[in-house]
Every structure is written in structure tokens, then in C-alpha cells.
Design a protein around this ligand. Sequence first.
Ligand SMILES: [Zn+2]
Length: 146
Amino acid sequence: MQRAIRQSVSTHPPRRRSTIRTKASERRRSALVRSTRIANGLCPTCGHGPPAFGYSICQKCRQYRLDRAAQKAFDRRVDYEMGLVFRGYRRSREIAEMLGLSHSQFKVYIRCGAIKSLKDPWRRIWVRLVDYVEFKKAWVRGVGLT
Ligand SMILES: [Zn+2]
């Protein structure tokens, strides 16, 4: 039986601030993790099991990827049906402007959960257009906000 190559690289290192330098080292580290997993005959994405027959990744990761693609397609379709010109993500400052709020007040709404948002590694807040539509509905009804 082929001996498994020991993974000498940590899969979950402590979180560091993202800079150009750390991004390069992260890319090198993840390439090493992936190649080690492939050499061990494991799924390069999760490293838990062998890849599915005929595919490079395992069935669980494949399903996750398909689900995410379907969700993205759904979001795009919703954005299209709402007649929104800008699809995908908008800057929080733009949305605050559209709602007639100041950016700081808008951030308060995000903190209290009225608006769902996500942060990218550059600490910008982006709000999905679907969430914006939901927020606008709640705004018109006058509920969920204090
Ligand atoms: Zn996997």
C-alpha cells in the first residue's frame, strides 16, 4: 500500500490581515495544500475523502459548488426580473444614498440586522440587491426597524 504523504502545512492557519504580501504567500500555501491532497488521493477542496468517479473533487464539494452556482443564477434572475440595471453587489454607500440615509445610519441598520450584508477581505460592506429590495419593502411597511 502506498504510504500517505504527511501534510506538513497547516490547513487552518491563524487569520492574518490580507495584504499583497500575505495574499501571495496564501496562494503558495493553498497550492501546496491542494497538491499534497491530490498526491494523497483526496479531494483537493476539502481533503476529507476521495474524489468522485470521473471528477477531480468529491461529491459533497461538487454538490456544494452546484448549489452555489444555482443560487447565483437565481439571484441574477431575480435581479433581472426586478428590472434592476446593476446586478450582483453594490457598495453600501450607494445603497445608503438610494435610501436617503447617511452611511453611518445605514451601518446601524446593518448592525441591528435589518439589512443582511457581507464583508470582503478589504473590509468593504456590500449588500446584495435582493436584500436591498427586501429592505425597501420593510422600509415601506415600517416594520423591523427601530
Ligand atoms: Zn471535497
